[in-house]
Design a protein around this ligand. Sequence first.
Ligand code: GDP
Ligand code: IMO
Ligand code: MG
Length: 422
Amino acid sequence: MKADVLLGLQWGDEGKGKVVDVLTPDYDLVTRFQGGPNAGHTLEFEGKKFVLRSIPSGIFQGNKVNIIGNGVVIDPALFKAEIDALETSGHPLTERLKISKKAHLILPTHRLLDACYESAKGIDKIGTTGKGIGPAYTDKVSRNGLRVGDILHNFEEKYKEAVSKHVTILKQHNFSYELAELEKDFFEGIEKIKTFELIDSEHFVNDALRKGRKVLAEGAQGTMLDIDFGSYPFVTSSNTICAGACTGLGIAPGRIGEVYGIFKAYCTRVGSGPFPTELFDETGDAMRKLGFEFGSVTGRPRRCGWIDLVALKYAVMINGVTKLIMMKSDVMDTFQTIKACVSYKINGEETEQFPFDIAEGAEPIYVELAGWQTDMTQMQSEDEFPEEFNTYLNFLEEELEVPIKIVSVGPDRAQTIIRYQD
Ligand code: GDP
Ligand code: IMO
Ligand code: MG
């Protein structure tokens, strides 16, 4: 059996949580492979709404096993808060959530360092989620990190040593901070983590595949935030792309099956960094209002703009996407016309190739399509799609050369149209 991967093709918040929940009945295991509580994955069903940060989105459909893989960074305090809230709402997870011993820990001082580095960058700041993601991954790569497995032996000693290095840096920056309260929550979180089964997830996942179990790997963030291929330096600190599922779970490349690429019918970005198709006019405002484009973790208004096919083609290529999923098409239900960026003009030259740095002035070249001006939110099958919507779908499929398997017409689990079964 091969593992399927589902990941974002834009700048995150494409609707990954919703679709993982919809697809979960087809799988035995749902896993996260990178990122951490910078993610905010929203799920809505039966009038309820949940936002998951570190926990995979496969926890609400049946008794599936959910795994936090080695590529994830965990903040114990936020993890505990998430688990407690889920327990209170009737979703205890101790039996069916397992955590890799190799996942790295976000320490309280990583959060402080995140804030410290952002303020040192001034107007060039990344606009991070402030969750300590960059500093935690930096420690992992520089071989100073602490892993979940470390909490089982002499943890306080290792913790003190790591924190003392961070404190030195904070002092060098004259960064004022209060650590005691953060540490209290952190150590309560560590105790909470100990109540879960801590596993060698690479063995667990590969054994499951060998036994014919179906595995879905849930990406966080999006391809344009990937540390290598995103709009560097305005990116996150992990590999958000398909290859990240290999390193973040211990699955061999040949064991990857379908790659589901998710995108919105338009485009959003939160935080700083270039965004060629961004709109600063009433159309952008309409997208924000109709799509309720406010960060699910930080509440920040998301920047909105037209769909960018140069960036999407790049994302499809890097990830080897085999199936596309289009989200939030309902947000454009009232639009008279819809634009799609098909190439960039850079230094007077037109190109369809994603450049080294889009910050160096990539002017979007658009084609215009007719809007469908029909409320699609109650539609149940593609037979009901208006003609203009079908034209938009066909246009995207031709441009991206990958079939669009699923169309989402609203935030609820039920507002999902699967166009064909394989
Ligand atoms: P994720 O990080 O990729 O899981 O996405 P987020 O949860 O951060 O953001 C997606 C937002 O859009 C959430 O508020 C979802 O409830 C909502 N959403 C998902 N799919 C649709 C859709 O098809 N239509 C509308 N209107 N909202 C959607
Ligand atoms: P999900 O999984 C959207 C953005 C931040 C910032 C940059 C770096 O919900 O799609 P970080 O805290 O990771 O160091 O921030 O990445 N960012 C996201 N934007 N959705 C996310 O996750 C994001 N996670 C990080 O806004 O620009
Ligand atoms: Mg999100």
